[in-house]
Design a protein around this ligand. Structure first.
Ligand code: 26V
Length: 806
């Protein structure tokens, strides 16, 4: 039944009495938030049950998206929007004197991810439900999400993220669906009466995996899928093994924290156990459901189940599926392998060699003995079958166990039927460079699926002023079909529309300016260009190049205070992995440069540098709608895709970019005239690698601008960075500038100068901004997951007629 305002108010009051024995006037925001949460849950609980019944009754093939990270952020407004009651709720609350925005602020960000990879998983969850596709997430319920970042004297300090402290309204603990996971100990094989090998476990530890389910509500379609996150507990029958507090704590630590490094956690036992824990629990629960509800022979599993391996962290899906099929379901190895490869698919998210996951044989064998045995067997059979067809060297390079290590990417490719990259350029690099050996062996397995973003969240929810202008100008169909944003192209010369868009941007900039003033005490004017770089801090993403340019502007202004350059506010948001020393040095330098520039009276507010603390989904939602310039300046070939580039474009920022990741496709979408491209191409980067002809020292010697900027890091110009400044300087000059910042510096500066000029012509700029919004529809994750569904997962949407017949 549709919920109207009056019913809503009555129900809210009633629930408040039931939950807290309290009247509206006496309730705190926390109590109101919780009460509103129960009301929202009641609105989708029937659809949640019905969706699941429908999938089971129709025996629909389902995909399970295995990811060690999910980064949904706050869920209240997204649930309200998808249930079709966001506006009504806002109005009803306003009638009661309650501000929905304030209530929404109460919710803690669910930050169970590091960055792009985890956020992508959450955008996919929204889109899979919104496209009525049968799909579920599978991951870990960390007690602590990604650390909270504070700056102390310009240094990053990490604090624990206690997101569960006041409870989590959206999750449902499903005790009855708990499963056991075995780790450690020894496993040996004995022959059974019928001649089969049976594994015998000795001294293993048993972990109880308890699932917590969260509803993934589709957009106005009555579909509600499930995100299942696992938490570790001690099984009752193992209680006496854990009598010391320390022993208990060690076990409970398994799902306590998210690893805060978006890189390979070399040799960390807990991380490997985490990976196996959620993989084993997830696959066991899939098989259990299949046997109980689908009731088809296990040989037909691949007709009903698809499992996606999001990066290599869940690569143990391959041997774990083999274990269950061979050890528990008594299939032959060949049968089991055939099913496993059909069920599994894999996405690669990086070409950075340091980030490719490997585990030593020793650790794998000690931690997960049965997994290791199975991987050994997969490896041996791979070598045997391939050496008949391919050269010895090629087979050796691609095998899973090499040089004393287990290569998780190799396991994922060999054990699945599909390997995809996340942008055209990235997928090509996989095929022709990074994974070329595998491409020779399995040409048909490789494909591209360019990333996308949940446009409901990243436009409708976070940018209401813009959404409003769109509704008035092109109607509301863009909300269902983001391709319809294209209609805006008809208004590129319409001054009234351009002015409205400019006004919406101004409102957003003011809101961000207020937030900046509140949190940093620094005043920024909305007439300045808001120039934004928001992403994890990594050398390859080149936040330092941004800083070098800022220092150049600073030095120019000091020399020529009368310059007529546009005012600029440079905005940064970035967390560094706690152990990533160089990234932390860059944070310190940006903060100290900011201090210098923001307080220099000669600069007179012409440039401001704002590094906002604790970048997360909620902060992104405040920054992105206010951005004029989107900095996507990674060294060409290094950024697999990027997704903030898509979010910023959708919100009307103009992109300043290298031809890297999805930037290439953004350029194709908007045309060369509506984007600022600079820097080396990926080809030129590879040429430098080949001929080793790069000399940062030479650029320093020959280019006086570069020299002056770099000297500022070591001559006291930027205060308080005696050690850090030297380290930056040395990384560029002594260690030859690994990411070619100095090589791209001039062309970056020129692109920035063009932006400065273009911004001065309001109509010209606003038109560019409009063209960016109009062409962002193709980067909707709805489109992306539809392509996964058709090409890889082979699943069909709920209301598809084809599906109904089948
Ligand atoms: C980690 C590390 C750690 C060592 C230093 C270099 C390096 C480079 C990358 C990574 C990230 C590994 C996985 C990841 O998060 N990839 C991101 O996935 C996003 C979603 O597909 C994509 O948009 C980003 O470009 C990609 O970096």
């Amino acid at each position: 039944m549709a919920l109207d305002k009056e019913m809503f108010k009555k129900e809210l009051k009633q629930r408040l009495r039931e939950n807290y024995a309290m009247e509206l006037e006496d309730a705190t925001e926390q109590e109101l938030f919780y009460t509103l949460g129960t009301l929202v849950k009641a609105r989708y609980s029937d659809a949640w049950g019905d969706t699941w019944k429908y999938y089971v009754n129709k025996k629909k093939k389902q995909v399970y998206y295995f990811s060690i990270e999910f980064l949904p952020g706050k869920m209240l407004k997204s649930n309200l929007l998808n249930l079709g009651i966001l506006d009504m709720t806002r109005e009803a609350l306003a009638d009661l004197g309650i501000d929905l925005e304030k209530l929404a602020e109460v919710e803690k960000d669910m930050a169970l991810g590091n960055g792009g990879l985890g956020r992508l998983a959450s955008c996919f969850m929204d889109s899979i439900a919104s496209c009525a596709l049968p799909g579920n997430g599978n991951g870990i319920r960390y007690d602590y999400g990604l650390f909270k970042q504070r700056f102390v004297d310009g240094y990053q300090v990490e604090l624990p993220d206690e997101w569960l402290q006041s409870g989590n309204i959206w999750e449902v603990r499903r005790e009855s669906k708990a499963v056991n996971v075995r780790v450690g100990g020894h496993v040996y094989l004995t022959k059974t009466n019928n001649g089969k090998l049976k594994p015998i476990y000795e001294n293993e530890r048993v972990l109880r995996a308890v699932p917590y389910d969260t509803a993934m509500v589709g957009y106005e379609n009555n579909v509600v899928n499930t995100l299942r996150l696992w938490s570790v507990e001690i099984p009752d029958f193992e209680e006496d093994k854990y009598q010391s507090i320390q022993g208990r704590r060690e076990l409970e630590d398994l799902t306590a924290v998210l690893y805060p490094d978006d890189s390979n956690e070399h040799g960390r036992l807990i991380r490997l156990t985490q990976e196996y824990f959620f993989v084993s629990a997830g696959i066991q629960s899939i098989i259990r459901r299949y046997k109980k509800r689908i009731q088809k022979p296990i040989q037909k599993l691949s007709e009903y189940v698809s499992i996606h391996i999001n990066d290599t962290h869940p690569a143990l899906c391959v041997p774990e599926m083999m274990r269950i099929l061979v050890d528990e379901e008594d299939l032959s190895w060949e049968q089991a392998w055939d099913i496993t490869v059909k069920v599994m698919s894999y996405t690669n998210h990086t070409i950075m060699a340091e980030a490719l996951e490997k585990w030593t044989i020793e650790l794998m064998r000690r931690t997960l003995p049965r997994m290791y045995q199975i991987i050994e067997e997969i490896d041996a059979r791979y070598v045997r079958s391939m050496q008949e067809i391919h050269p010895h060297d090629l087979v050796e390079r691609t095998r899973i166990i090499r040089d004393g290590q287990v290569h998780m990417a190799h396991l994922s490719i060999i054990g699945s039927h599909s390997t995809n990259g996340v942008a055209k350029l990235h997928s090509d690099l996989l095929k022709f460079v990074v994974l070329h050996d595998f491409y020779i062996i399995y040409p048909d397995r490789f494909n591209n699926k360019t990333n996308g973003i949940a446009q409901r969240r990243w436009l409708q929810i976070v940018n209401e002023p813009l959404a409003h202008v769109l509704d008035e100008t092109i109607g509301k169909t863009w909300k269902q079909d983001s391709g319809d944003l294209k209609l805006l192209m008809n208004y590129q010369s319409d001054q009234v529309v351009l002015d409205r868009l400019a006004k919406a941007k101004k409102i957003n900039k003011q809101a961000l300016a207020d937030y900046i003033a509140e949190t940093t005490g620094i005043e920024v004017g909305t007439d300045a260009i808001f120039d934004v770089q928001i992403k994890r801090l990594h050398a390859y993403k080149r936040q330092l190049l941004n800083l070098l340019h800022i220092m150049k502007l600073y030095q120019d202004l000091k020399e020529n205070p009368g310059s007529n350059m546009q005012k600029r506010v440079f905005i940064f948001g970035a967390k560094a992995a706690p152990s990533y020393h160089y990234a932390k040095v860059i944070i310190k330098c940006i903060n100290e440069a900011a201090n210098l520039i923001n307080n220099d009276p000669d600069i007179n507010d012409r440039i401001k540098v704002i590094f906002l603390e604790n970048y997360n989904v909620t902060l992104a939602e405040k920054i992105i709608p206010a951005a004029d310039v989107s900095e996507q300046i990674s060294l060409a070939s290094k950024e697999a895709s990027g997704t903030s580039n898509m979010k910023l474009m959708l919100n009307g920022a103009v992109t300043l970019a290298t031809l890297d990741g999805a930037n290439v496709e953004i350029r194709d979408a908007v045309g060369d005239d509506n984007i600022y491209i600079f820097g080396l191409t990926e080809k030129e980067v590879y040429e430098y690698y080949e001929n080793q002809g790069y000399s940062a020292q030479q650029l320093y010697d020959e280019n006086p601008v570069i020299r002056r900027v770099l000297n500022a890091f070591i001559d006291g110009t930027i205060p308080n960075i005696v050690y850090e400044g030297r380290e930056i300087f040395d990384s560029l000059i002594k260690h030859n500038d690994e990411y070619f910042l100095l090589r791209d510096f001039d062309s970056y500066v020129r692109a920035q100068e063009e932006i400065d000029k273009a911004y001065g012509d309001h109509t010209f700029w606003q038109r560019m901004s409009l063209i960016n919004i109009a062409n962002a529809g193709r980067f909707s994750s709805d489109e992306t997951v539809r392509r996964y569904a058709e090409d890889i997962w082979k699943i069909e949407p709920k209301d598809s007629l084809v599906a109904e017949k089948g």
